[in-house]
Each structure stands twice: as structure tokens, then as C-alpha cells.
Write a protein that binds this ligand. Structure first.
Ligand SMILES: *Cc1c(COP(=O)(O)O)cnc(C)c1O
Length: 404
């Protein structure tokens, strides 16, 4: 057999379109919440592939589902339905407000479907001026042209003008500002229950309740982007359940496949009628391989053990991070929900989040940033206590180094 091509971190710079700046080592293997690089160095994984690997690496139930389905049927195209997709749809419907599901391959695509649904619904109802979308500053909804325009970080969209129009941004958690722009021409309001990429900023309950009321009053769809907060991340299956605010449309991806690409848009019977045959679609959406994996993921995550365990693990992280912060006061706030945790750096350490995660890598722990001033943790929902302890001990060493 031919030798595999030799690859190093330098190969990335040589061969890859430079939209990413990955760490200077290459990970080759993972098990639970530990990963190893080419040199055999171990890391505790507090990033979980950016809130994706919610059951860690190589989870036996998920791996078994993948292997079993791989030997049966991978893909058919949407001219033929399949058993795994129907089973996954039923699991999601039984567990949420939803009555209908559309499957796709990513968070951006789920949001794209939600926004298109909102525009078409208004048009179907004969309302030609009801096409305005309200979104929030700092929001992140994906990288397609429509979703990056809905996102509230102009640095991600400005270079791709002309952008889709009809999208207005107002400050997050400012209900009065939202009330000024939501009117009868608004077809949708899109919001993350906790802004993830924007800095791990939880919505106030009153803000989401207020948006619910405004959407009701103006017949606009309330879209919750739960791509990051969903699938148990906050300790409930979806964050809307904690807030007690039910959206019209919910988007989910990331942890849904625990690393196998899949996204979904959940909605009601009534709204689902908008996307009639031929009006939307995607080649891979709902293919049997992806949905078999997601079905296994779902059946493990949507259990009291895992969801209760998230709340317990939240406390382990909070206790450990507070202790680190007592010794080396670099955080002005530790916030978030469940295992979506953001540590806001004090003024003295502003802009140093990336540097801290690089030092953390050197110490053998993988952490994330959420903007230049926030260190973010999105570990596996089932990370063992000893990995939390060991990872935090390594992280503490990184913090000690930045403070010295
Ligand atoms: C990651 C993310 C997205 C985009 O998901 P992709 O799978 O990268 O397209 C959208 N919304 C939120 C809230 C996210 O965190």
C-alpha cells in the first residue's frame, strides 16, 4: 500500500485557503474529553469542536450508530425518504413545541430556511411589504450571504456587499429599541437565547418575553437560533424551555450530530405549509447516515442523567474558575448557562483571550474565545469530573503565566 502523504501544520499554510488560523499542532485522535496530537501530547478538550462534540470524541453509542448505518445506506436524495430521518423527526417533535422538521447540513442553512420561510409566508398571505427582518447587534447566524447579513457583526459581512436588504439590527437585550423597529412590515425576528460567538451573553427573560409579545402583535415570526444553545448545552434540551418562551421557528445544528454535519429547522404544522414542494431543499438534507447518527446522539442527550449532569458540571466549572480568579483576578464576569460559559477579561487583560487560549494549549487544554475579550468553554456534556479538574489545573497554569 502507498504511504500516506506526510502532513504538518506548515501544510495548512501551503495548501489551504487561509480563512482560518489553526493552532500550531495537529490533533489525530480523541477519546471522551481527551485528544492527542501528532507528537502524542495529550490535551483536555474544553472546546468540544465549538459546542459540537457534546458527547466527547468517539462516544461508543454514536460510533456504533455510524458504523451500523454505514454498512446499510448512506444517501438517497430527497426523491426517496428513509427510516432514520423519520425517526429523528419524531424524536424532535415529541420533545419540543415543533410539529414539522426540515433537515439540512449546518446552522447557517437552518437559519437560511427559517428566514426564507418567514419572507415567503408573508408573501403567500398577500402582504408584499411585509419582508423586514429584525436581528440584533453582535448576533451570529452563520456565513451564507443572507445569514451573515442577519448577523450583527458588520466585519463579517461588509466585504461582500451588496448584501440582502430588509434587515435591521438593534441592541441585544434592549426591548424598547426592538419595539421601535418591529411593526406590521416585520416578517421575522431572529435571536439567540444566549449570544454565543458574540461573547456568551444571555438574553434577559423579559427581553425574550417582550419579543414574543411584539411578534404576536405584529404577526411576525419569532425565530430562535439555538444552533449553539441547543441539544442540552444549557441543561435543558433547548434553551427556550428554560425561558418559558416558545418560538415559531427554532434552528438547531452543532451538537445535533456531535460532529457529523447536520442541521434542522423546527416549526409548526401551519408554518411548515409555506415551504411547499419544490420551494426549498438541499441535496444532503436528512440523509440516512447523518440522521442515524443524530438519532443516536439525541437518545443519549435527551435523558435526565445527561441534562441534570450539565447543571452539575456547570457548577464544577464555576467553582474552579472562581477559584482561579481569586488567585489571579483576570475575569470581571463569569457568565452563561450550563456548559456554555464565558469569562469576560478585565480591562487589564482586554484583547488577550486568544493569547490565553494559546498558553492553555501549551499547558495541555483546549479552550475557545468569543471575541477578543472573552474566554469561552463549551466542553462535552458528559465530561468526567477528573477531566474537569485536570483541565482547570492546566488552565490555571496558563493564567498564571499571563499574569506573571
Ligand atoms: C455556529 C453557529 C451558527 C452557524 O452554524 P454553521 O453550522 O457554522 O453554519 C449559527 N448560529 C449560531 C448561534 C451559531 O453558534
Amino acid at each position: 500500500m502507498e504511504q500516506p502523504i506526510a502532513v504538518t501544520r506548515q501544510s495548512f499554510d501551503d495548501w489551504m485557503v487561509p480563512v482560518y488560523a489553526p493552532a500550531d499542532f495537529i490533533l489525530v485522535r480523541g477519546e471522551g474529553s481527551q485528544v492527542w496530537d501528532q507528537q502524542g501530547k495529550s490535551y483536555i478538550d474544553f472546546a468540544g469542536g465549538i459546542a459540537v462534540n457534546a458527547l466527547g470524541h468517539a462516544h461508543p453509542v454514536v460510533t456504533a450508530a455510524l458504523v451500523e448505518q454505514a454498512g446499510k445506506l448512506w444517501h438517497l436524495g430527497n426523491g426517496y425518504t428513509n427510516e432514520p430521518v423519520l425517526r429523528l423527526a419524531k424524536l424532535l417533535i415529541d420533545a419540543t413545541f415543533a410539529e414539522k422538521v426540515f433537515f439540512c447540513n449546518s446552522g447557517a442553512e437552518a437559519n437560511e430556511a427559517a428566514l426564507k420561510l418567514a419572507r415567503k409566508r408573508a408573501l403567500d398571505n398577500g402582504n408584499h411589504s411585509k419582508n423586514q427582518i429584525v436581528a440584533f447587534n453582535n448576533a451570529f447566524h452563520g456565513r451564507t450571504l443572507f445569514t451573515v447579513s442577519a448577523g450583527g457583526q458588520p466585519k463579517y459581512s461588509k466585504d461582500f456587499a451588496p448584501l440582502p436588504g430588509g434587515i435591521t439590527h438593534t441592541p441585544f437585550n434592549d426591548l424598547a429599541a426592538a419595539a421601535e423597529v418591529i411593526n406590521d412590515n416585520t416578517c421575522a425576528v431572529i435571536v439567540e437565547p444566549i449570544q454565543g460567538e458574540g461573547g456568551v451573553l444571555p438574553a434577559d427573560a423579559a427581553f425574550l418575553q417582550g419579543l414574543r409579545e411584539l411578534c404576536g402583535r405584529h404577526d411576525a415570526l419569532l425565530i430562535f437560533d439555538e444552533v449553539q444553545t441547543g441539544m442540552g448545552r444549557t441543561g435543558d434540551l433547548y434553551a427556550y424551555m428554560q425561558y418559558g418562551v416558545v418560538p415559531d421557528v427554532l434552528t438547531t445544528a452543532k451538537a445535533l450530530g456531535c460532529g457529523f454535519p447536520i442541521g434542522a429547522m423546527l416549526t409548526t404544522d401551519e408554518l411548515a405549509k409555506t415551504l411547499s414542494v419544490g420551494t426549498h431543499g438541499t441535496t444532503y438534507g436528512g440523509n440516512p447516515l447523518a440522521t442515524a447518527v443524530a438519532g443516536a446522539v439525541f437518545s443519549v442527550i435527551n435523558t435526565p442523567e445527561v441534562l441534570e449532569g450539565v447543571k452539575q458540571r456547570h457548577q464544577w466549572f464555576l467553582d474552579g474558575l472562581n477559584k482561579i480568579n481569586q488567585q489571579y483576578p483576570i475575569f470581571s464576569e463569569i457568565r452563561g448557562g450550563g456548559l456554555l460559559i464565558g469569562c469576560q477579561l478585565t480591562k487589564d487583560y482586554a484583547g488577550k483571550a486568544k493569547q490565553i487560549t494559546q498558553l492553555a494549549n501549551e499547558e495541555g487544554v483546549i479552550a475557545l474565545i468569543a471575541g477578543p475579550d472573552v474566554v469561552r468553554f463549551t466542553p462535552s456534556l458528559v465530561i468526567p469530573e477528573q477531566d474537569v479538574k485536570e483541565g482547570l489545573a492546566r488552565f490555571a497554569r496558563a493564567v498564571a503565566r499571563i499574569c506573571s
